[in-house]
Design a protein around this ligand. Structure first.
Ligand code: MG
Length: 315
């Protein structure tokens, strides 16, 4: 295989006027990625993964989930993981919390940033969360209120903002209405999820317009894009043009898409950083260290990373 190393392997930098000069990459691999993997990683491997990700310069690493182990057995070690996590100064380690029980567990192990999740559609709320759209928000509300009392910030995820495996196309008014409710509830950032990866660039802009019209400012919005149909980076560029400055991604593209027969789910962090580097947009992330980490993890999982950049770098 072709092997390139050092500066030659990085893209040429050609900034575009009107794009943000810096964006936050919100790394979801250890949580969203691992919960979708069939392989159960031992706790020391997870801790090494999070540590290596912190070493790459990532500033936000979602560490785990306090969803019941009955639903997500891959992350059943969340309490131990948080207790043993070596926090790097300047790195945030949010954890996913489904309800007040999850909140208690997260607080008991010193979590200092949280994320809750709701749905833009009724069917996904029923199928995946066992409740209604309103019921999911009602479940999240006491978590957000209690966290805010402790001075802890809470991110709100909205699933199925662009398409739903049961309902098909989703009206942009649906995620916009839910985003407005999460803002009112007190979520610090609202992550719009293209959970099945069906969004295209114009669709992203249409949803962002509706969300802003519903009263949610652009600087409170993050995009959680999936590469199922190869559209994730085009959709990121649309988001950048609209002034979005936080993007979710998963190291090495960890985690497939549970709703499509595809190995490609989460946008790979390397693919995102490659494009941002080429645009001269600051992320603070060392792409080579990140790709090396994904290589190591792919070897541990026993399958190649779906990231195109990891494959192309050949390191
Ligand atoms: Mg995802």
């Amino acid at each position: 295989p072709r092997t390139v190393a050092g500066m030659d392997a990085l893209p040429a930098v050609h900034p575009r006027p009107g794009l943000p000069s810096r964006v936050s990459v919100y790394e979801v691999g250890p949580r969203d990625g691992l919960q979708a993997e069939k392989t159960m990683l031992p706790l020391p491997v997870k801790l090494e993964l999070i540590d290596r990700l912190g070493e790459t310069g990532l500033g936000i690493i979602e560490a785990t989930s306090f969803v019941s182990a009955r639903w997500v057995p891959q992350l059943a070690d969340a309490d131990d993981l948080m207790a043993r996590l070596q926090r790097r100064p300047g790195v945030r380690y949010p954890v996913l919390v489904p309800n007040e029980r999850g909140l208690e567990r997260a607080m008991a192990v010193g979590a200092d940033e949280l994320a809750i999740f709701v749905s833009a559609t009724e069917t996904f709320a029923k199928q995946n969360l066992g409740t209604t759209l309103d019921g999911a928000i009602d479940m999240a509300a006491p978590v957000v209120r209690a966290a805010k009392r402790e001075g802890i910030q809470v991110r709100g995820y909205i699933s199925m903002c662009f398409g739903d495996p049961w309902e098909g196309r989703v009206d942009p008014a649906a995620p916009a209405a839910v985003a407005a409710r999460l803002l009112e509830l007190g979520c610090s950032t609202i992550s719009l999820g293209d959970t099945i990866g069906v969004a295209t660039a114009g669709h992203v802009l249409a949803v962002l317009d509706r969300v802003r019209a519903a009263g949610v400012p652009r600087d409170r919005i993050a995009l959680h894009l999936h590469d199922t149909y190869g559209q994730a980076l085009a959709n990121v560029l649309a988001g950048l043009e609209a002034g979005i400055t936080e993007f979710d991604s998963s190291a090495g593209g960890l985690g497939g898409c549970p709703y499509a027969k595809s190995a490609t789910g989460n946008l790979a962090t390397e693919d995102l950083v490659w494009m941002l580097d080429g645009l001269g947009i600051e992320t603070g992330i060392d792409l080579m260290k990140l790709a090396a980490t994904s290589r190591w993890l792919a070897a541990t999982l026993g399958r190649p990373s779906p990231s195109r950049v990891v494959a192309a770098l050949g390191i």
